[in-house]
Design a binder for this molecule. Structure first.
Ligand SMILES: C[S@@+](CC[C@H](N)C(=O)[O-])C[C@H]1O[C@@H](n2cnc3c(N)ncnc32)[C@H](O)[C@@H]1O
Length: 211
């Protein structure tokens, strides 16, 4: 069976497209928090199908993506082939804990429905901080979190999740160097996978101090 934390193969590609549909409201909340402009240089970690990029990030000046699944790299490159062909988009395989880009390269880094899979969250946040330019921002969206009031024991067991609350995120982002950290919640809903209820999704946002 393909896994949410690392979708692979033909079934993984189908799962990733299905996930994008199931995540459509998470995407809307993420897009609002990201507020992407034409001059943004955007990096998305754990992009999965790449459908978020296609719908909400295709107007920015530079698109980059990193995902640990090589099949997701293939799928997202195909879905965004127009932008790859023009040289504006690149998709790479790798892990959030070691970003294959230089310091200060991006104005925005995003991670949608993936942070809770990362085995080294603190190292990964420091990496995100490193590649963000002064004044740039980080947006992390997590539909499941420790503030949503539901029992995630089954999800933790089945999907090997590490769940966080708003206070955990504030602390982690601050110790990675981010300032003006805010935590927002959006109204959740039911998604069409057995037993998946999302009452209160969370978005953590932080900035790299300008200058
Ligand atoms: C649940 S999917 C979400 C995909 C997409 N963001 C969306 O919302 O449709 C999680 C994605 O994160 C990727 N991923 C998980 N752990 C990762 C890590 N440590 N570094 C990079 N990518 C990771 C997986 O391969 C997968 O594509």
């Amino acid at each position: 069976m393909p896994k949410f934390e690392n979708p692979t193969g033909f079934l993984g590609k189908i799962l990733a497209r299905g996930m994008a549909w199931g995540h459509r409201d998470f995407y809307k909340s993420s897009a609002k928090a990201l507020d992407l402009k034409e001059d943004d240089r955007y990096l998305e970690i754990g992009f999965g199908s790449g459908l978020f990029i296609n719908k909400y990030a295709s107007h920015v000046s530079r698109i980059a993506g990193l995902d640990c699944s090589k099949d997701m790299v293939e799928l997202a490159s195909d879905i965004n082939k127009k932008h790859v062909a023009s040289g504006r988009a690149e998709f790479k395989q790798g892990y959030a804990s070691s970003l294959p880009w230089g310091d200060n390269e991006f104005s925005v880094v995003a991670a949608i429905e993936t942070f809770y899979f990362w085995p080294e969250p603190e190292v990964s946040l420091k990496e995100a901080f490193r590649v963000i330019m002064p004044g740039g921002r980080l947006v992390l969206e997590m539909a499941y979190n420790n503030d949503d009031g539901i029992d995630h024991a089954k999800h933790i067991r089945k999907m090997n999740l590490k769940l966080y609350g708003g206070e955990d995120m504030k602390e982690m982002l601050a110790s990675a160097g981010f300032c003006d950290v805010t935590i927002e919640y959006y109204k959740g809903f039911w998604i069409p996978f057995k037993g998946h209820v999302v009452p209160k999704g969370m978005i953590a946002k932080g900035f790299k101090r300008a200058g």
